[in-house]
Write a protein that binds this ligand. Structure first.
Ligand code: AMP
Length: 228
């Protein structure tokens, strides 16, 4: 009996010292990045950026699986609304078919609703969002409001001819040649300025996306391993 009590005390004492030692990283957005040692306890808020066809969806899925954080694709959320035939779906269908951008307020509303869900407690990977400076500013506000661990941005860099080749091989309804060209134009005009936005915050990591999927993934994973 007495021996049993000693063992309990010893275990409790051990637990006290087994609590992971937290380090603290910080990027220039002034947001903290708490570090811990296991995939279960880390918080990882990541954006995957790059032009259409850069491989964002493919890589986001792999990162989501490894780090067990939800893959949030605004394109997927919007396509699901169109499929359902919801009021929102009706509003965005033509815009998406033309390869234009859905209004910032609509997308920001969807993202704010999504990132506060319980499965985002340990972070998330955002794919296809933010796509404009106002969306990035809106995201900063959302994260400040709900608490953040610091956002990190992976930018996939792929030459234009390769993007066209990949997109034309895909079979999505908005992958016709004229829509593709429009999406690339919109990317340069509205989304590419985000590279500078996140560079200034020292949150950006550029990765060569013109390599085999596994190689791109290894490079992304090594960045994510080093920042946490
Ligand atoms: P994606 O699957 O990311 O290529 O998105 C498909 C389409 O959904 C885009 O061409 C836009 O029309 C719309 N969309 C997705 N994400 C956003 C966003 N963050 N802002 C505005 N429109 C978006």
């Amino acid at each position: 009996m007495r021996h049993g009590f000693d063992v309990i005390l010893l275990v409790l004492f051990g637990l006290l010292f087994a609590v992971p030692v937290y380090g603290e990283g910080k990027n220039d957005s002034g947001m903290k990045n708490e570090r811990a040692d296991t995939l279960e306890t880390i918080t990882m808020q990541v954006i995957i950026m790059g032009p259409p066809g850069a491989g964002k969806g493919t890589q986001a899925k792999k990162i989501s699986e490894k780090y067990r954080i939800p893959h949030i694709s605004t394109g997927d959320i919007l396509r699901a609304e169109v499929e359902k035939g919801s009021e929102l779906g009706g509003k965005v269908k033509d815009i998406m078919e033309r390869g234009e951008l859905v209004a910032d307020e609509i997308v920001l509303g969807l993202v704010e609703k999504r990132v506060v869900e319980p499965d985002c407690g340990r972070g998330f990977i955002l794919d296809g969002f933010p796509r404009t400076i106002p969306q990035a500013e809106g995201l900063d506000k959302i994260l400040e409001k709900h608490g953040t661990a610091g956002i990190w941005v992976i930018d996939l860099v792929v030459p234009e001819e390769e993007l066209l080749r990949r997109l034309l091989a895909r079979k999505r309804p908005d992958d016709t040649e004229s829509t593709i060209r429009n999406r690339i134009r919109v990317y340069h005009e509205k989304t590419a300025p985000l590279i500078h936005y996140y560079e200034k915050k020292k949150a950006l990591f550029s990765i060569n996306g013109d390599q085999p999927i596994g190689k791109v993934y290894l490079e992304i994973d090594s960045v994510l391993t080093n920042i946490r």
